[in-house]
Design a protein around this ligand. Structure first.
Ligand SMILES: Nc1ncnc2c1ncn2[C@@H]1O[C@H](COP(=O)(O)OP(=O)(O)OP(=O)(O)O)[C@@H](O)[C@H]1O
Length: 380
C-alpha cells in the first residue's frame, strides 16, 4: 500500500487509491497580493469536506481554483490521480453549486437540470431518465415544468443541486449553497445534503460561514485563516483538541473562554486577585498548567459553579443570564483573570444565583486547553 507523504497541515496519511482530490503547494496571487499561501490538502474519496474560516480567508478562491474558474499562481491540483489545473472547468469532472443558484431564467427546471448533459451530447431519452431520477431524489418532480421565477428560493436551490448531481461528477463543489435560505429551510436542506452525500457516496466540498453547518455536515473540516490552513481533521477532533487559539476560538458558540495563566497559577496558591475578592478554594492540579502557558482556554460547557464541586480556578460576579430554554448561559465578570477582560460564559441548567452574586468557577483540568504566547497549543 502506498501512502501519502506527511503534510504540513498534519493530515493523517491515507492510501493513494483513497485520495480523490489533492492540492499541492497551491498559491494564488491577485496582482501583488497573495491570498492563498502554499496550500496542501488531501480530500479522501467519498468525504464531505467543509472549508470554514472568517470572511476573506480565501475559502471561495480555493473552491474557484478547484473548479477551474480561476488559475492558481503556483502549485498543482489533482483529481482522481490526474493533474487538472491545466484543464478547462468542464474537463475536470467537477460540478459547482453557487449561493446565487445561477439558473438560466428562460429555461424550465427540467431544461436547466438537463442542460449540461445536452451540451455533452447525451441522448434525449437518457437525459430525460436521469433528470427524472435526480428530481425524484430531491422531491422536485412536480416542479420540472416551471421556470426559476415561478420557484421559491429553496426550490431553486434544489434545481441547482439537481443540475450538479445529474452530471455525476467526481467532486461536488458547494459555495455557500444554503446561505440565501431562511433558518428553517436551511436546516432542512442541510439534512437533505447529508442524506444525499450518504446515498450517492460522492466526494463533496462545501464552503460555509456557518459553523453549525460546518460541524454537522463535515467528516473533514478545514479551517482557513488568512489564506493558510490552520487545521484539518474530523470536526469533533478540532473542537476537542484545537491546535491553535484561532481554531479554539473559531469553533464553538459562545466562544472558548480564555483565562490568563497568571490568574490560573495564582488560584493554585490561593492569591487570586478578583473583583469579588474571594479566595478560591481547592488547588490547581499539577500537570494542568504546562510551563510556557500564556493562557488557558475552557469551553463554556466545561466551566461550572463551585457549588457543584471541583477545583476553583477563578472568582467573579454574575452579571447576566441568557435564557435558552433547555439551558442557560451565565456571564461572569472575572476582571483581569480573563485574557481580553471580557466576562466568561458557562452553560448552566439549574436555577442560577441572583444577578450580582459572587460566584466561584471550577473546571476539570482534563478540559483545560493551554496555549503559548504565539497562540499554539502546548502539550500536557
Ligand atoms: N478577483 C480578485 N481580485 C483581487 N482580490 C481578490 C479577488 N478575489 C478575491 N480577492 C481577495 O482574496 C481574499 C480572499 O477572498 P475569498 O472570496 O476567497 O474569501 P472568502 O473566505 O470566501 O470570503 P467570504 O467568506 O467573505 O466569502 C480577499 O481578501 C479578497 O478581497
Amino acid at each position: 500500500m502506498t501512502t501519502m507523504p506527511a503534510q504540513p497541515s498534519a493530515q493523517t496519511p491515507i492510501a493513494a487509491s483513497d485520495v480523490m482530490l489533492e492540492l499541492r503547494h497551491l498559491s494564488k496571487r491577485f496582482g501583488s497580493t497573495e491570498v492563498l499561501h502554499d496550500i496542501d490538502l488531501v480530500v479522501p474519496r467519498g468525504s464531505f469536506t467543509v472549508f470554514v474560516g472568517p470572511s476573506g480567508c480565501g475559502k471561495s478562491t480555493l473552491l474557484r481554483l478547484i473548479a477551474g474558474l480561476d488559475a492558481p499562481s503556483d502549485g498543482r491540483i489533482l483529481i482522481d490521480g490526474r493533474r487538472v489545473d491545466t484543464l478547462p472547468p468542464a474537463a475536470r469532472g467537477v460540478s459547482m453549486v453557487f449561493q446565487s443558484y445561477a439558473l438560466y431564467p428562460h429555461m424550465t427546471a427540467r431544461r436547466n437540470i438537463g442542460f449540461g448533459l445536452k451540451i455533452a451530447g447525451g441522448s434525449a431519452a437518457d437525459i430525460e431518465a436521469r433528470v427524472a431520477r435526480v428530481a425524484g431524489m430531491l422531491q422536485i418532480g412536480s416542479l420540472l415544468d416551471r421556470k426559476p421565477a415561478e420557484l421559491s428560493g429553496g426550490q431553486r436551490q434544489r434545481v441547482a443541486i439537481a443540475r450538479a448531481i445529474v452530471r455525476d461528477p467526481k467532486v461536488f463543489l458547494f459555495d455557500e449553497p444554503l446561505s440565501n435560505l431562511d433558518a428553517a429551510l436551511r436546516a432542512e436542506t442541510r439534512v437533505e445534503l447529508a442524506r444525499m452525500h450518504a446515498d450517492l457516496g460522492a466526494t463533496m466540498i462545501h464552503v460555509t460561514h456557518d459553523q453549525v453547518e460546518a460541524m454537522t455536515l463535515a467528516d473533514q473540516l478545514v479551517v482557513l485563516n488568512g489564506g493558510r490552513i490552520e487545521q484539518v481533521g474530523p470536526p469533533a477532533d478540532l473542537y476537542r483538541r484545537p491546535r491553535s487559539l484561532f481554531v479554539a476560538r473559531f469553533l464553538g458558540s459562545p466562544q472558548m473562554n480564555l483565562f490568563t495563566a497568571t490568574a490560573m497559577a495564582a488560584s493554585h496558591d490561593g492569591t487570586t486577585a478578583t473583583p469579588s475578592g474571594a479566595t478560591p478554594s481547592g488547588a490547581t492540579p499539577s500537570g494542568a498548567m504546562p510551563s510556557g502557558a500564556s493562557c488557558i482556554g475552557i469551553r463554556p460547557e466545561d466551566l461550572t459553579l463551585a457549588d457543584q464541586g471541583g477545583a476553583a480556578i477563578a472568582t467573579g460576579r454574575l452579571i447576566m443570564v441568557e435564557e435558552l430554554g433547555e439551558t442557560r448561559i451565565l456571564h461572569v465578570d472575572i476582571g483581569a483573570a480573563s485574557v481580553d477582560g471580557r466576562p466568561v460564559t458557562l452553560r448552566h441548567r439549574p436555577a442560577p444565583p441572583a444577578i450580582g452574586s459572587p460566584v466561584t468557577l471550577t473546571a476539570d483540568p482534563a478540559d483545560w486547553h493551554p496555549f503559548d504566547s504565539q497562540g499554539q497549543r502546548l502539550p500536557r
